[in-house]
Design a protein around this ligand. Structure first.
Ligand SMILES: [Zn+2]
Length: 319
């Protein structure tokens, strides 16, 4: 089976910027490119194959054609494709939001809940995000604060720097702030309950829908103590290796490579590679594909060596 290049899916949400087009080589005609879905098999967006004899084929069809051997046994064991990976360019802040757990989402919405992790790729000085509550509140107080525009007062406001990692379990109130570019690795779900949107209007002058009642059912009202989120880096074959997350749905690692880095394809799962910086080539099983900043590749589950050549940074994700 071959390693393939993936063509992303773009989203032009109102808070997006232009950096994914201007700095990450995304060929997208939207005014704003808020999100680029780098690994997506979802009803709201699915990648297409970007290289080889099946170029242009939707990824779900391609994976079906290749069979479970391509996904690997761990990934194939899920009822739905388990992971969704995005680049997010927040020029303006995202709404204050919460995602449901699997338990709630599968019972009420027919899809997975959403636990997500953020790797901060870039952040303007002073940029921040909201992450959990700074004190425990009652649902009544929470609701009142949405109505009287004071909800921000009870949220943890966290200044961020490039290279930081934030793990956001489902049920945690959060928002990405302005000036932050993130690589988000999440469960394969697009379920967001919007709590507060700063009273913004869309391009037609309408406020976006809020989902306060649902949010109250799934959000934690407990104070969230901010533990340091930094991960320990270690030397890797030809680079520096930093674990980003390892949960039931995905395991992701960030690599900084000087010249060349050797990985081994995981026999139990496909490997997704997303290049955040640099340029070069990636080789697997005799095939070689060139990459530049912003490119994504899917390596089938297997046993061979993956060689990344060129000064670069990338995120490798398996299930
Ligand atoms: Zn979120």
């Amino acid at each position: 089976m071959e390693m393939i290049r993936l063509n992303p899916v773009f989203k032009d949400y109102l808070w997006g910027g232009v950096r994914l087009r201007e700095q990450y080589n995304k060929d997208c005609a939207y005014d704003k490119v808020a999100e680029s879905w780098e690994l997506a098999v979802h009803k709201d967006g699915t990648n297409t194959v970007g290289s080889g004899p099946d170029a242009g084929m939707p990824l779900d069809r391609y994976l079906k054609k290749q069979g479970d051997a391509c996904l690997g046994a761990r990934a194939a064991a899920f009822d739905f494709f388990p992971v969704l990976i995005k680049l997010i360019d927040a020029k303006d802040p995202l709404s204050i939001q919460v995602h449901p757990s699997d338990e709630y989402a599968l019972a009420h919405e027919g899809e997975y809940g959403k636990t997500e992790v953020w790797y901060i790729v870039d952040a303007e000085p002073g940029s921040f995000l909201y992450f959990g509550l700074n004190r425990t509140v009652t649902p009544e107080e929470f609701k009142r604060r949405i109505q009287d525009n004071t909800i921000l007062e009870i949220l943890n406001k966290v200044e961020v720097k490039p290279g930081e990692i934030y793990f956001i379990p489902s049920g945690t109130i959060h928002a990405i702030g302005a000036g932050i570019l993130i690589c988000e690795i999440q469960q394969n779900s697009n379920l967001t309950y919007r709590v507060y949107d700063y009273d913004r209007r869309d391009k037609d002058g309408n406020p976006r829908e809020l989902h306060v009642e649902k949010a109250l059912k799934v959000a934690s009202m407990e104070k969230l103590d901010l533990a340091p989120q930094g991960a320990r880096s270690a030397g890797a074959q030809g680079g520096i290796k930093t674990p980003i997350a390892d949960c039931k749905y995905f395991a992701s690692t960030h690599y900084t490579v000087g010249e060349k880095c050797d990985l081994t394809a995981d026999p139990g799962s496909f490997t997704h590679l997303l290049f955040l910086d640099g340029a070069g080539s990636v080789r697997y099983d005799g095939a070689s594909l060139d990459f530049q900043k912003g490119d994504s590749f899917l390596v089938p589950a297997g046993t061979g060596a993956i060689a990344v050549k060129g000064r670069c940074q990338f995120v490798a994700t398996t299930v």
